[in-house]
Design a protein around this ligand. Structure first.
Ligand code: C2E
Ligand code: CA
Ligand code: CA
Length: 400
C-alpha cells in the first residue's frame, strides 16, 4: 500500500489539533484523512470506511479515547493506533498496555503538543514493519452462531495443547487445552474468531466447551502412556457454570475416559466470575468437591481479584501474559508479578505464569518463586501428538 492509499482517522476534540495533524500528514504524503471530534463520531467513521491508522486522543467529552479502544477491541480492529495525550507518560504507557489486552496494535504514544518530527518518525517506523496488517475490521472473519454450530456438529473443533513447565525441575507438569477450529487442513481458526460470540449464548458456549473437552480426552486417551501423570487445564467460561449439571457432566466424562478428576484444572477468568456471584460460587464449590482443581485465570486484569481469591477455594493462580511480556522492562509489571506470586504463596496457591517468551523471564520467575511457566519460549499450542514425537517431551524435560 502506498502512503497516499492509507486511510487515516484523527480523533480529537480540539479542532486545532485535528487541523495541524491532518496538515502534517498531508505534507508527508498521506492524503486520506478523516476527522472525528469524539468517540461517537469516530465509531461512525470506522463503521463506514476502512481505516488503516487511528490517531486517538484520550481525553474527550462524549465517549473518550478509552471507549474508542474498548469498541475497537470488541470489533477486532486490526489497523494501527497512535495514542495522543497531554497526560503523563505513565498514563500513556498504562493505556497502551490496556489496549494490548484488547489485542490492539498500538504503534506509538505521542505526548502533546505534537511535533511534526515525532509524527513522521512514528509513521516511518510503522510503514517499515514487514508484517503490517493494513486495517480492516476483522469481525468480518468472526463466525456466526450458525457457522459455529455447524463446525461443532461436524467435529471440526479441535483441542490444541500448550505445555506448562515446572520451573524447579524443568519437566512438563501439564498442558493448557486451547480451542481451535479446523476449517480445512490449511486453515485453523483462532479462538478470538469464535469464543466471544459463543460466550454471548450460554447454550452455545456449553456445546463448544463440551466438544473441546471431548476432543482433548480422545487425544489424551490415545497417548495415555506418556501423559498419565500430567494435569490438563480447560478454560471454563462463567456462562458454562450457569448450567447446573456441568460439574457432573465433567465428572462423568472424566470417569468414562478414566482420567482422575484431580488431574483436571478448570481455569476461570475473573470476568467470567463476575456474572452471578452466588451461582458461580456454588458451582465452583461443587467442582472442588468432585476433586477438580480450580485456577483463577488472567489474574490481575479484572477488578475483583482479591475478593474472589478470598471467597473461593482456588488451587492455582495464573498471572496474565500482559504482565509477563514486559516484566523485565516495565517496573510496574514486575511489581504486579512479584506481588501476585507473594500473595498466591501466602494463600497456599500454586502460581503459573503465561506468555513466557525468553530464558531471562524464566530466570526472573524462578527467582521470585513462581511454580510453573507456559509460553512460546517452551512451545506454542499444538496438537498433542506433536509433543509426543518431541524428544523433550518423552524425556519429560525441556532440553537445556
Ligand atoms: P488464555 O486463557 O489467556 O490463553 C492463553 C493465550 O495466550 C492463548 O491464546 C495462548 O496461545 C497464548 N499464549 C501462550 N503463550 C504465549 C506467549 O508466549 N506469547 C504470546 N504472544 N501468546 C501466548 P489463544 O489460544 O489464542 O486463546 C485466546 C483465549 O481464548 C484464551 O486466553 C481463552 O480466554 C480463550 N479460549 C481458548 N480456548 C478456549 C476454550 O476452550 N473455552 C473458552 N471459554 N475460552 C477459550
Ligand atoms: Ca486460560
Ligand atoms: Ca490470559
Amino acid at each position: 500500500m502506498t502512503e497516499t492509499q492509507c486511510q487515516i482517522l484523527i480523533v480529537d476534540d480540539q479542532k486545532v489539533v485535528r487541523h495541524t495533524l491532518s496538515l502534517c500528514l498531508r505534507n508527508l504524503g498521506y492524503e486520506g484523512c478523516y476527522e472525528a471530534s469524539n468517540g461517537k463520531e469516530a465509531k461512525r467513521v470506522i463503521e463506514e470506511h476502512q481505516i488503516d491508522v487511528i490517531f486517538c486522543d484520550l481525553n474527550m467529552p462524549v465517549e473518550d479515547g478509552f471507549e474508542v479502544l474498548r469498541y475497537l477491541g470488541a470489533s477486532h480492529y486490526q489497523g494501527a493506533i497512535v495514542l495522543m495525550s497531554s497526560e503523563e507518560q505513565d498514563v500513556l504507557q498504562s493505556t497502551s498496555q490496556l489496549a494490548r489486552l484488547y489485542n490492539l496494535q498500538i504503534i506509538g504514544c505521542l505526548p502533546k503538543p505534537l511535533t511534526a518530527a515525532d509524527i513522521k518518525s512514528m509513521l516511518l517506523d510503522w510503514a517499515a514493519l514487514p508484517t503490517v496488517s493494513m486495517g480492516k475490521l476483522l469481525n468480518e472473519g468472526a463466525l456466526s452462531s450458525e457457522q459455529l454450530i455447524q463446525f461443532i456438529e461436524q467435529g471440526s473443533v479441535k483441542a490444541y495443547f500448550q505445555p506448562q513447565i515446572d520451573l524447579n525441575t524443568q519437566a512438563i507438569q501439564g498442558f493448557e487445552v486451547l480451542a481451535r477450529i479446523e476449517e480445512s487442513p490449511q486453515k485453523i481458526l483462532m479462538p478470538d474468531l469464535f469464543i466471544p460470540a459463543a460466550e454471548g449464548d450460554a447454550t452455545l458456549i456449553l456445546a463448544l466447551t463440551k466438544s473441546i473437552i471431548q476432543s482433548a480426552y480422545e487425544d489424551v486417551k490415545q497417548h495415555w502412556d506418556y501423559v498419565s501423570s500430567l494435569s490438563f487445564s480447560f478454560n471454563i467460561s462463567g456462562r458454562v457454570l450457569e448450567h447446573d449439571n456441568f460439574p457432573n457432566w465433567l465428572k462423568d466424562i472424566s470417569e468414562k475416559y478414566s482420567i482422575p478428576t484431580h488431574q483436571i484444572v478448570c481455569e476461570l477468568t475473573e470476568t467470567a466470575l463476575n456474572d452471578d456471584q452466588a451461582i458461580t460460587d456454588a458451582q465452583m464449590l461443587r467442582m472442588r468437591m468432585l476433586k477438580f482443581k480450580l485456577s483463577i485465570d488472567d489474574f490481575g486484569t479484572g477488578y475483583s481479584s482479591i475478593a474472589q481469591l478470598h471467597a473461593i477455594p482456588f488451587n492455582e493462580l495464573k498471572i496474565d501474559k500482559c504482565f509477563i511480556f514486559d516484566c523485565l522492562t516495565n517496573s510496574k509489571s514486575a511489581t504486579v508479578v512479584e506481588q501476585s506470586v507473594k500473595m498466591a504463596k501466602a494463600l497456599g496457591l500454586t502460581v503459573v505464569a503465561e506468555g513466557v517468551e525468553s530464558a531471562e523471564v524464566v530466570e526472573f520467575l524462578h527467582r521470585l518463586g513462581c511454580d510453573s511457566a507456559q509460553g512460546y519460549f517452551y512451545a506454542k499450542p499444538a496438537p498433542l501428538s506433536d509433543f509426543i514425537s518431541e524428544t523433550w517431551f518423552i524425556n519429560r524435560a525441556y532440553p537445556q
